[in-house]
Write a protein that binds this ligand. Structure first.
Ligand code: M6R
Length: 607
């Protein structure tokens, strides 16, 4: 949520900032702004709308050069979407940009008002600028440190002080900031995608540390002025991975990247093409010793991956597994102890609620394992163990390749530790691992259905309500299909366990209402067909998805999508691709902004 970039160096800053903001725009896109030094004076340009609007405004209004500045793309929390509420915010000598929420801003606002300091925007951010300015007596670090004591909430700031041209100060607490120093200068941003052009080597600014960026270097100190030497990290993707690569949208590109992201996530963890192995990940075989309960905590799509993982884990590990919505979890006084394994799943590794669930589990001495895509992210750093998905950067707000990569990690965990626990035999583990590898070519084949799915979606484009139904793994998958579709197409949709329909929801099924019916699981196949007949009897428009070419009575569906045949447990991978394509093409037919759906943003760093 909110993209931040700061640059000081040897390039034209406006260009660096605007390019960086374009790369970060998926983190928030209701307004954007930059501030930069020119002739030792800070110039600020900001506007509502997309980064493209800012680019236009800069082109008209700022034909001046600069080599130091900060930029922001906003996802509004406090205060509506307006030019005034856009960042950067200036108060006195302080100009800053912010990602996060200052929870005690109202109290601080009162305090500042008593001092005769009145911000002009409705944002929590401007209060932070006002507060820092109120403590500023010529020493930036002292002012920042004094403000830290007063600020509650999560924040990442990049700050310019009018007295120090060419220098940027940064601070984080809860919200991410990564930085690098390259030959072009020093860069800091909320996400690696804005840095990759300059360096593949970077570091994560630790919480409650202050970074001081100059052209020549970056120094990091803690709040006691101790110099901190950051650990450098390296990304194994390059600038092209974060571009569209000829696809009209990131979402479509990322859907098509799934064979590769699955290959990169699965294959390094399969020893001799036979058995899962987590030695290189540093996950010990004894991780399940003494564990009597597994909790999976995550949000949105990552939580839906957990729903599929739960079925596989419970079945193979014979340990009770629950899946918790991370934003609810910590308020339920959950039972967590040292015999609990908490698995968090997160593409960004920065989702505030998932991070809070992890911290709660750490406090209770649970063992924590996270499945994360972004290296060095907060969730990865704060977990006992990390299993990285190697999906590469995911830019579209709708999560696709991260989801299937997360599934593959959950399957590998289930297989490996079921073998260690003796709940499956080695021969079974070899068979399952082989099945998982077969998913890679099957997903590739599924992508060939894209054009057929595109045509089917013409029928969905004018609908306002829609249902996904399934049983077992298909129900878990329905939840993902539903969020994907509503997120990018704005069609109201619900996922239902097919057997549950007649306990209430069937009253909503009327003539022509689309029902996407997943029937990939042999064990419940006949029951599923009966449920489809129930909706068909109410004249629903049925899109049926099966695993392999089942003989189905043609009167019960309007369209039948046949997945490449796989073992039942593997069907979630191929079916997920179909559901992603259904969402994607429906959004395209409705003429919507697929990659940046309204009101949403990638990486939800506020609670
Ligand atoms: O970065 P995370 O995986 O923790 O994000 C969790 C959710 O915010 C995310 O999956 C969200 O639901 C997606 N936009 C869904 O496509």
């Amino acid at each position: 949520m909110c993209g931040i970039i700061g640059f000081t160096g040897y390039l034209e800053t406006k260009n660096v900032l605007l390019e960086g903001l374009a790369a970060l725009e998926y983190r928030g896109y209701d307004s954007a702004g930059i501030a930069f030094f020119h002739n030792d004076t800070i110039n600020t340009i900001k506007t509502t709308g997309k980064v493209s609007s800012l680019i236009d405004k800069v082109a008209i209004s700022a034909d001046v050069s600069s080599t130091c500045g900060i930029g922001h793309t906003r996802w509004a929390t406090h205060g509506g979407v307006s030019d005034t509420n856009s960042h950067p915010h200036t108060f006195g000598k302080v100009t800053l940009i912010h990602n996060g929420i200052i929870e005690n801003y109202h109290e601080l606002e009162m305090e500042m008002a008593a001092l005769g300091k009145f911000p002009v925007s409705q944002t929590d951010t401007e209060i932070a600028a006002t507060l820092i300015d109120s403590y500023y007596e010529g020493d930036a670090i002292t002012a920042i440190k004094k403000a830290v004591v007063r600020l509650e909430g999560a924040y990442a700031f990049c700050i310019l002080f009018a007295d120090e041209p060419e220098v940027i100060y940064c601070l984080r607490n809860g919200s991410p900031l990564v930085a690098c120093h390259a030959k072009e200068g020093s860069v800091i941003a909320s996400d690696m995608v804005a840095l990759i052009k300059y360096s593949r080597e970077y570091f994560v600014l630790p919480e409650l540390h202050i970074a001081r960026l100059t052209k020549e270097n970056i120094t990091v100190t803690d709040l006691n002025d101790n110099v901190f030497t950051p650990k450098m990290l390296y990304v194994n993707w390059d600038v092209t991975a974060a571009q569209k690569g000829g696809y009209p949208h990131y979402m479509l590109k990322e859907i098509h990247e799934q064979p590769e992201s699955l290959r990169s996530t699965i294959m390094p963890r399969v020893k001799n093409k036979q058995l899962p192995d987590f030695t290189a990940d540093g996950i010990p075989d004894r991780i399940f010793d003494g564990i009597n309960r597994i909790i999976i905590a995550a949000c949105g799509t990552a939580m839906h991956a957990g729903l599929v993982g739960r079925v596989m884990m419970e079945k193979l590990l014979r340990i009770p597994v629950t899946v918790e919505i991370a934003s609810e979890f910590r308020y339920q006084d959950p039972i967590i102890d040292k015999n609990t394994l908490l698995i968090t799943i997160s593409q960004s590794g920065e989702t505030a609620d998932t991070l809070a669930a992890l911290r709660l589990a750490n406090e209770h001495q649970a063992t924590t394992l996270s499945i994360v895509n972004v290296k060095g992210s907060s969730i990865a750093r704060e977990s006992d163990y990390v299993l990285y998905t190697h999906a590469g950067p995911e830019i579209a707000v709708a999560s696709t390749k991260a989801y299937t990569a997360q599934l593959s990690c959950l399957y590998l965990i289930a297989y490996h530790f079921a073998l260690i626990r003796g709940t499956i035999t080695e021969a079974q583990c070899i068979t399952y691992t082989k099945q998982l590898q077969s998913v890679i070519p099957a997903v590739e084949k599924t992508l060939n259905l894209a054009e057929d799915i595109n045509k089917i979606c013409i029928n969905l484009a004018d609908k306002e309500d829609l249902f996904f139904i399934g049983r077992g793994l298909d129900y878990a998958l329905s939840c993902e299909g539903s969020i994907k579709l509503k997120e990018v197409s704005y069609i109201h949709s619900e996922a239902y366990a097919a057997g549950e329909l007649k306990h209430g929801t069937l009253s909503l099924v009327t003539e022509g209402i689309p029902v996407i019916a997943l029937a990939t699981q042999t064990k419940v196949y006949n029951k599923m067909i009966s449920n489809i007949r129930e909706v068909r009897a109410r004249n629903a428009f049925v899109i049926l998805i099966t695993n392999g070419d089942c003989k189905v009575d043609a009167s019960i569906f309007d369209y039948h999508i046949t997945l490449p045949e796989l073992a039942d447990n593997m069907a979630p991978f191929t079916a997920a691709v179909v559901l992603q394509l259904l969402a994607y093409y429906t959004s395209v037919h409705r003429g919507l902004n697929v990659d940046q759906p309204r009101n949403l943003a990638k990486s939800v760093t506020v609670e």
